[in-house]
Design a binder for this molecule. Structure first.
Ligand code: UD1
Ligand code: UDP
Length: 380
């Protein structure tokens, strides 16, 4: 049996490491995985480097769609993926998360009657201005196997009419929904022993004497006031708290800062308490996350990783799909509001919950998912 796995954006390449590893470890000679890279991310530091660092099999196909307006980008992917599906005739197609590569893969496959497997199903922000929200809804409703990392994801799917307890024969009309834990935790646990010190030394950082910042959501990068408000407030906190602010820069944010905000950009580069670095490797990122005082981010993956490493996070958004971590007072939604971001420092020092419940499983989500896929493919 053959599955095609779609990757495109950085987090999907990272997630693919967990499933490819579980497929290798399953010793199932009956399951072949073909990786198709859409080319949505293409800089070496956003794509190529992860394949070697995380021991991911090289993609057999790369559509090289690169960046453009979302319609054009998704359209090119749809056309390219369809062609490959017709040629490869896989038994199923696997997609991760909520990017344009995810929706393109799901749409191309479901219309050719190729069963879609969605990993990270059921997450919702209930904000349709986010491109990811549309991508998730369409992908979930095109899928035959839906794997949700959290109970909140299962509840969302149930509210949308999915029969989450159905265990008959699965199809696009009668999908199977599973609560499986988070494959990003699988990776964090698997790779954490290899990370010790790789970034602290390289970027000259001292444990707990810096905070880590990542920003790439359009609602933050494409809005002058929000981006400036977040970065200026965090820079002041670094000065006042006498610690470093480390900013591995997503290319989207890099482009906006250098092209549109030259003053803010030079402030960042010149501040002695700010370290702007290129996108970090996964192991560097793990090292920086687990040794940071706290993490401020609008990334979905990074807020979870903060939680995995029992670190507080300030979420630079007004809502999150990972509701458990805020409901439990382990993370704080601060949006782009200077008062809320400042208040976050007090919150960390005095009010936050320092116990982190195991909402994301036991690090064996990949094994569970691959087991269910093998079982499903026996019947098709
Ligand atoms: C995409 C996903 C987002 C995910 C993020 C992970 C969608 C709609 N968005 O956002 O959900 O959280 O990836 O990082 O799919 N660029 C480069 N080099 C690259 C890649 C991008 O320079 O290798 C620049 C280009 O200027 C491009 C911009 O970044 O226009 C945005 O890239 P794009 O893939 O469209 O969206 P992301 O913001 O990366
Ligand atoms: N990441 C990385 N280097 C960086 C920033 C993030 O390796 O400079 C990793 C991070 O550890 C996590 C994943 O990329 O595993 C999250 O991806 P991203 O923030 O791009 O997207 P999101 O999760 O928001 O979709």
């Amino acid at each position: 049996k053959k599955i095609i796995t779609i990757v495109g954006a950085r987090p999907q390449i990272i997630k693919a490491a967990a499933i490819s590893r579980a497929i290798r470890n399953s010793f199932s000679s009956d399951l072949e995985e073909v990786i198709l890279h859409t080319g949505q991310h293409y800089d070496e530091k956003m794509s190529g480097d992860f394949f070697s660092e995380l021991e991911i099999p090289k993609p057999l196909y790369n559509l090289q769609v690169r960046s453009s307006l979302q319609g054009g980008q998704t359209g090119k992917m749809l056309e390219g993926i369809e062609e490959i599906l017709l040629k490869e005739k896989p038994d199923a197609l696997l997609v991760y998360g909520d990017t344009n590569s995810t929706i393109a893969g799901a749409l191309a496959a479901v219309k050719l009657h190729v069963p879609v497997i969605h990993i990270e199903a059921g997450l919702r922000s209930y904000k349709k201005f986010m491109p990811e929200e549309i991508n998730r809804i369409v992908t979930d409703h095109s899928s035959t196997l839906l794997f949700s990392p959290t109970q909140a994801g299962i509840d969302n799917l149930s509210n949308e009419g999915f029969d989450v307890n159905y265990r008959g024969e699965f199809s696009a009309d009668k999908p199977g929904v599973f609560h499986c834990g988070d494959i990003m935790l699988d990776n964090s646990l698997y790779f954490s022993s290899k990370t010790d010190g790789v970034a602290l030394e390289k970027f000259d950082l001292e444990k707990n004497k810096y905070f880590l910042v990542t920003i790439h959501r359009p609602q933050n990068t494409d809005n002058t006031e929000r981006l400036a408000s977040i970065l200026n407030t965090l820079m002041s906190i670094a000065d006042e708290e006498d610690c470093m602010m480390v900013l591995p820069l997503h290319p989207r944010t890099n482009k906006v800062l250098t092209e549109h905000y030259p003053e803010l950009w030079s402030d960042l580069l010149e501040s002695p308490s700010v370290r702007v670095i290129p996108p970090a490797s996964y192991l560097e990122m793990m090292d920086m996350e687990r040794n940071a005082w706290f993490i401020a981010t609008d990334s979905g993956g990074v807020q979870k990783e903060a939680y995995f490493f029992n670190k507080p996070s300030l979420i630079l958004r007004s809502e999150t799909e990972w509701v458990e971590i805020c409901n439990d007072n382990n993370a704080l939604l601060v949006d782009a509001d200077p008062d809320k971001i400042y208040n976050g420092v007090n919150w960390m020092k005095n009010e936050m919950n320092t116990t982190f419940a195991p909402y994301f499983g036991d690090g064996k989500a990949g094994e569970f998912i691959v087991g269910k896929i093998i079982e499903f493919l026996k019947g098709v």
